[in-house]
Design a protein around this ligand. Structure first.
Ligand code: AMP
Ligand code: GLY
Length: 424
């Protein structure tokens, strides 16, 4: 089969690595791909949101199956456009991708169908939002309605901070039209768990759970990022919790989307917080998480392409989805200064890695035959092993083999998870 994967980050590198193992995968194209993906697939210089060009490429290259990985092309309707010309896809149509594309939509969905989430109010007027916040308690959470590169959530510790957040989102429009509406949300506490699920709108199969590390600094300090590292499985996510989430969150969400006439097919990502009052949804994503995918897919033992085709055909219940019992870890190596300003264009040197270690490139590109840095998060250095402790040890060791000037990484990825495992 000729397969096309839309996207060019670490997540797409991990997806392509997994798809490559399928005997059915003959040729894989990545649009646009990156410097690491180039070793596994043919990279084509078409951006992930250039829908018309993507459709033309699929027409002209006998594409049999497409995987649309990032949020923006999904929300923009890449799957609708490709299905219209007869290319089957993994990923939701735009009318279902809205579950991530609009926080107002997802919060109202949860309220309507009694899916546990933080209490909230929606505002389209900054004065009213500020009046409401003034009467409430702190911290308070302020979210831009639309996509904002993972940065549209502000946790305000005081009224002044909250006021500034509302002004910058709704008036200065720091996230553009995404800030036309804001959600003001109750601040919840508890450990966070990411659960990615395959669903064809009828059957839902959770993947192994994972834990992200969103803050830039050790000890979960500093600015929020797209994710500085991940581990799987997440030790907070017990079997009882998994059962409860299936009953109170996952299946009700699939049903709710069907009832709204917005059947969701693809990877539905549940960002959960395990609060003292039970698990609640912090966010939905309409796609694989990044860098969660980099620790989840290496543990998948079944054929990813078979699963993805089954999801697109509505046939998931007939396909095995099995994960190994081990653990995986991913340490993101970033450009010093990320998520603020950083330099790019440094040459990347990579030595051969031991078995069960993988480097998934994110911000790299090929330039004059060399791989150079091109983004804040440069790569995710990943490893799998029988235990989390060993996976972390291997991943950190492997970071020594992947170098570029001004390399920065957190030194404590997985520490909290190990503490939880050790206290059990
Ligand atoms: P999101 O982009 O919605 O995942 O939010 C980014 C991060 O903000 C989450 O991973 C949480 O750590 C935090 N967050 C979001 N909503 C809440 C909330 N209601 N209470 C506490 N923390 C939150
Ligand atoms: N790691 C969080 C996300 O993919 O949105």
């Amino acid at each position: 089969m000729n397969i096309m994967v839309i996207g060019g980050g670490g997540r797409e590198h991990a997806i392509i690595h997994s798809l490559k193992k399928s005997p059915k995968a003959e040729k894989i194209y990545a649009l646009p791909g990156n410097g690491g993906i180039a070793a596994l697939a043919e990279c084509v210089a078409i951006g992930a949101t250039e829908i018309e060009k993507i459709v033309d490429f699929a027409k002209n290259n006998n594409i049999d199956f497409a995987v649309v990985a990032p949020d923006d092309p999904l929300v923009l309707g890449a799957v609708d456009a490709l299905e219209e010309i007869g290319v089957p896809c993994f990923g939701p149509r735009a009318n279902a991708a809205i579950i991530e594309g609009s926080k107002v939509f997802s919060k109202n969905l949860m309220k309507k169908y009694n899916i546990p989430t933080a209490g909230y109010e929606v505002f389209d007027d900054s004065t009213k939002a500020i009046e409401y916040i003034e009467k409430g308690t702190f911290p308070v959470v302020i979210k831009a309605d639309g996509l904002a590169l993972g940065k549209g959530v502000i946790i305000a510790q005081s009224f002044d901070e909250a006021k500034d957040a509302v002004h910058s989102i709704m008036e200065d429009k720091i996230f553009g039209a995404s800030g036309n509406n804001v959600v003001v949300e109750e601040f919840l506490t508890g450990p966070e768990v990411s659960v990615l699920c395959f669903t064809d709108g009828e059957t839902l199969v959770p993947m192994v759970s994972s834990m992200d590390h969103k803050r830039v600094g050790d000890g979960d300090t500093g600015l929020n990022t797209g994710g500085m590292g991940t581990i799987a499985p997440n030790p907070c996510y017990t079997e009882e919790l998994a059962k409860e989430c299936m009953e109170t969150i996952f299946l009700p969400t699939v049903d709710a989307m069907n009832k709204e006439g917005r059947t969701f097919k693809g990877c539905l990502y549940f960002g959960l917080m395990i609060t003292p009052k039970g698990p609640k949804v912090i966010e939905y994503n309409c796609r694989f998480g990044d860098p969660e995918t980099q620790v989840v897919l290496p543990l998948l033992e079944s054929d990813l392409l078979d699963i993805m085709i089954a999801v697109s055909k509505g046939n998931l219940k007939n396909v095995p989805v099995k994960f190994s019992d081990g653990a995986a870890a991913c340490v993101v190596v970033a450009s010093e200064g990320y998520p603020k300003s950083y330099e790019k264009g440094f040459e990347v040197t990579e030595e051969k890695l031991p078995d069960d270690c993988f480097v998934y490139h994110a911000g790299t590109q090929m330039k004059d035959g060399k791989v150079v840095t091109s983004g804040g998060r440069v790569a995710g250095v990943c490893a799998k092993a029988e235990t989390l402790e060993k996976a972390l040890e291997k991943a950190y060791k492997a970071t020594e083999s992947f170098n570029f000037e001004k390399k920065y990484m957190r030194k404590d990825i997985g520490k909290r998870a190990l503490d939880i495992l050790n206290s059990k």
